[in-house]
Design a protein around this ligand. Structure first.
Ligand SMILES: NC(=O)c1ccc[n+]([C@@H]2O[C@H](COP(=O)([O-])OP(=O)(O)OC[C@H]3O[C@@H](n4cnc5c(N)ncnc54)[C@H](O)[C@@H]3O)[C@@H](O)[C@H]2O)c1
Length: 290
């Protein structure tokens, strides 16, 4: 069952039924568009989501799959990537594959992008989502742990964006790059100093790429989730103390679902493509609260 909210936007109510017909999922313009507009606003076809094997990345994958995109799950964990791709296909995705990739390793990133370009001949959207948060007090943290967080959360986004953007520029059809940052791109506590530094760096990286890639019709945005219940954070949100905190810190009185983050990413990659160099906060009002 599908509910059409407005021309070109379909709202999936019963996922399996809603995904049965491809044609209905393709955006229908409400008026005749120019070729230039079509190039600029065309539906994302091939989407790479790093760290898409679980949590937020998988929620993002589900949203793009609902819009008929082909999904590439690029995850450090091959089994997780394969299972996620399999699940997406069971849910009706056009196509989905799982690839092993360590975003902190340039050779691994280049190999992953080469496989995608070879197989699909295009990449429309890159979601830099892979991330880690060791939650260790800064005075006890080893230099290696600090460095690994920077390598994955910050340098990983640099590697992936540079590799994918080279292909996007060569293809000449534009694209979108999303950096999944965090409210911790500007505030933190003693057990997330490495994480905050990496996310603040990712914000800077995103704005620099936005300026460099804008002339190629590639927009870059940050999407900053607030609190999302995922394997990364379930040790806290699953606890009684965590649950009790929710109404206190989140005006909307609930944690975000991974799909909430996916909707912001999809907006940035479709009708919101003129957004460039900005961060969209998806936090239920958490950061707005005094
Ligand atoms: N959960 C939250 O509340 C929250 C809030 C703000 C931002 N974020 C950010 O959202 C992103 C996803 O977080 P999550 O909560 O879904 O985490 P998660 O731990 O549940 O999932 C992360 C995924 O990334 C993969 N991964 C880890 N290192 C990798 C690497 N080097 N290369 C490729 N893949 C790698 C893991 O295998 C895993 O599948 C992260 O960037 C995180 O910092 C999360």
């Amino acid at each position: 069952m599908k509910i059409a909210r407005k021309p070109g936007t379909l709202y999936c109510v019963a996922r399996t039924a809603a995904l049965s017909s491809h044609a209905n999922r393709i955006r229908t313009p409400s008026r005749t568009e120019t070729q230039e507009e079509r190039n600029y606003m065309s539906e994302p076809h091939v989407v790479i989501i790093t760290g898409g094997g679980q949590g937020i990345g998988f929620g993002i994958a589900e949203v793009f799959a609902d819009h008929a995109a082909t999904i590439v799950i690029a995850d450090l964990d091959q089994t997780r990537a394969d299972e996620a791709a399999h699940k997406l296909k069971q849910q009706g995705a056009t196509d989905a594959i799982g690839l092993t990739c360590d975003v902190a390793n340039r050779a691994s990133v280049d190999a992953m992008v080469a496989v995608v370009v070879e197989r699909f001949a295009r990449v429309d959207v890159l979601i830099n989502n892979a991330g880690i948060c060791p939650f260790e007090h800064i005075m006890e943290m080893s230099a290696e742990t600090f460095q690994r967080t920077i390598d994955v959360n910050l340098t990983g986004g640099f590697h992936c964006t540079q590799a994918v953007a080279k292909h996007m520029i060569e293809r000449g059809q534009g694209g979108t790059v999303v950096f999944i940052t965090s409210l911790a791109d500007h505030r933190t506590g003693p057990s997330q100093v490495d994480y905050c530094a990496s996310k603040a760096g990712a914000f800077g990286c995103m704005t620099g790429f936005a300026v460099a890639l804008g002339p190629h019709n590639i927009n870059c945005v940050g999407v900053a989730p607030g609190h999302v219940n995922t394997p990364m954070t379930e040790h806290w949100w699953g606890s009684d103390a965590g649950k009790a905190k929710i109404p206190e810190i989140i005006p909307m009185n609930r944690l975000a679902q991974p799909r909430d983050i996916g909707e912001a990413c999809y907006f940035a990659a479709s009708t919101g493509r003129y957004c460039n160099g900005i961060t969209i906060r998806v936090d239920g009002g958490n950061a707005a609260q005094a």
